[in-house]
Design a protein around this ligand. Structure first.
Ligand code: NAD
Length: 475
């Protein structure tokens, strides 16, 4: 199979191609066009030309087309989920039941929202001030490999619905479902040039795209290191930067133990642990610490590691051999740093024949971790849990915040006052109280500190995809 760029509604061949590989089997899935400056220039030019007409299309008309795209995705969930699972190793129970349906919802939601974009009025005795929200122009949308289809649609849906045009660049490790998105967008009737897709590597395709002078906004999801490079290369533009995380999952003695345990297991091992909002630092109060560690390890040992196409699998393969090596290096490091490894480790998991060459690692639990250790401070982005004991509320807050990141956070306690105090004190863009991460599309999604800038979701998406203008009329 060959995957080409999508530029101005047409499939455009690449000068070079790279392979995308199934991380469970090492089978080559497709040859993918490897874009560079020339393809980026052509895609941005197409998006620029398509912009005025699309921006001036009534929101109700744009909404129809964007909604139609959501319906087409919903119709093709099994096919897209299987492609996504094969390309990036996320298990089918997640792609089929959560991630691809959520992608369809992104279009339905923003189709509705774009018809309701309204401003504010600030009347004074001398002037009537009101705000208009204009589309921004050509937007660069850059997506990582961990939940590629959902992340791409989370950007494409508001971008197009609010009247912008887009050039999308997927991760070179997981480009396949975006190619399908491009086909479905044309089938939905979205005009040529409104959504363009350039495939390729970060340096060759991503950097010229973000630096392009006709690109007005950059919505990027990926690592903090790349986010820093992008801001420097892009210069003065609107940014939404959704970056890395190492989120604290704080469990107090008085928490609902069983629910907290379930959620803690889910938040580090689901999505193969390759999840930006993973609760990867589990802070547990000393009164329940020993019991929690025992029960957590018991649960981790029971997790099914295997074929991502099997509905029962919880942990599938790591995206690439390089990423597997990185995750394994942290497992070695944790032992060297003196953390107590209670299960998992570097032994090979027992696997079904079909996936015996996949990039697998066992769910691994480190207890008695000190927050200063590198395994607690750095994003491992795999199924590796760090459990850290704490004494009281003040220490929990100090440990939660003693980190460069600030994406998500989780607080478990039955004491309502404590829940609100900790939620207010934790340095993170999101805090879930007595809950795992549950997305509401109206909620501001994003992080603080090294986890990013800007928020997307609901009216928060105006920040990147709309340009507000104040109009002051003399009375
Ligand atoms: P990455 O930063 O390596 O790559 C992300 C994307 O950026 C890819 O498409 C890549 O090709 C592109 N890229 C790389 N260098 C570039 C450059 N110089 N200019 C422009 N584009 C460039 O990240 P990854 O390994 O694909 O993804 C994992 C990271 O993403 C983790 O840190 C994770 O926490 C983060 N992430 C964050 C969120 C969030 O919402 N905050 C969500 C998912 C993943």
């Amino acid at each position: 199979m060959r995957i080409d760029h999508l530029i101005n509604g047409k499939s455009v061949a690449g000068k070079d191609y790279f392979e995308t590989v199934n991380p469970a089997t090492q089978e080559v899935l497709a040859e993918v066009a490897s874009g560079g400056e020339a393809e980026v220039d052509a895609a941005v030019a197409a998006a620029k030309e398509a912009f005025p007409k699309w921006a001036n299309t009534p929101a109700t008309e744009r909404a129809k087309l964007v909604r139609k795209l959501g319906e087409l995705i919903a119709k093709h969930v099994p096919e897209i989920a299987e492609t996504e699972t094969n390309d990036c190793g996320q298990v089918i129970a997640q792609t089929g039941k959560q991630l691809v349906p959520r992608a369809a919802d992104n279009f339905t939601y923003f189709a509705e929202m774009c018809t309701r974009v309204d401003g504010h009025t600030y009347p004074t005795p001398t002037h009537l001030n009101y705000t208009l929200f204009h589309p921004v122009g050509v937007c660069a949308l850059i997506s990582p490999w961990n939940v590629p289809f959902m992340t791409a649609t989370w950007k494409v849906a508001p971008c197009l619905a609010f009247g912008n045009t887009a050039v999308l660049k997927m991760s070179e490790l997981s480009p396949m479902t975006a190619a399908r998105l491009g086909e479905l967008a044309l089938e939905a009737g979205i005009p040529a040039g409104v959504l363009n897709i350039v495939h390729g590597y970060g340096k060759e395709a991503g950097e010229p795209l973000v630096a392009h002078r006709d690109v007005r906004a950059v919505s990027f999801t990926g690592s903090t290191a790349t986010g820093n490079r992008i801001v420097q290369a892009a210069g003065l533009k609107k940014f939404s930067m959704e970056l890395g995380g190492k989120s604290p999952f704080v469990i107090f003695d008085d928490a609902d133990f069983e629910r907290a345990l379930d959620a803690a297991v889910f938040m580090i091992f689901s999505n193969n642990g390759e999840r930006c909002t993973a609760g990867s630092r589990i802070l547990v109060q000393k009164g329940i610490y020993a019991k929690f560690v025992d029960r957590f390890v018991e649960r981790a040992k029971r997790i099914t590691v295997g074929d991502p196409l099997d509905e029962k699998t919880i942990v599938g393969p790591m995206i690439s051999q390089g990423h597997l090596a990185k995750v394994r290096s942290y497992i070695e490091l944790g032992q060297k740093e003196g953390a107590n490894m209670l299960c998992g480790g570097l032994d090979a998991p027992v696997l079904p024949d079909r996936v015996k060459n996949g990039n697998y690692v066992l769910p691994t639990v480190f207890a008695d971790v000190q927050n200063s250790m590198r395994i607690a401070q750095e994003e491992i982005f795999g199924p590796v849990a760090c459990i850290i004991p704490f004494s009281d509320e003040a220490e929990a807050i100090r440990l939660a915040n003693d980190i460069q990141y600030g994406l998500s956070s989780y607080v478990w306690t039955e004491n309502i006052g404590k829940a609100h105090r900790v939620a207010a004190a934790v340095e993170a863009g999101m805090c879930f109280v007595n809950s795992q991460n549950v997305r509401d599309l109206r909620q501001p999604f994003g992080g603080t500190k090294a986890s990013g800038t800007g928020r997307e979701g609901g009216t928060w998406s105006y920040e990147v995809f709309c340009e507000p203008k104040n109009v002051a009329v003399s009375m």
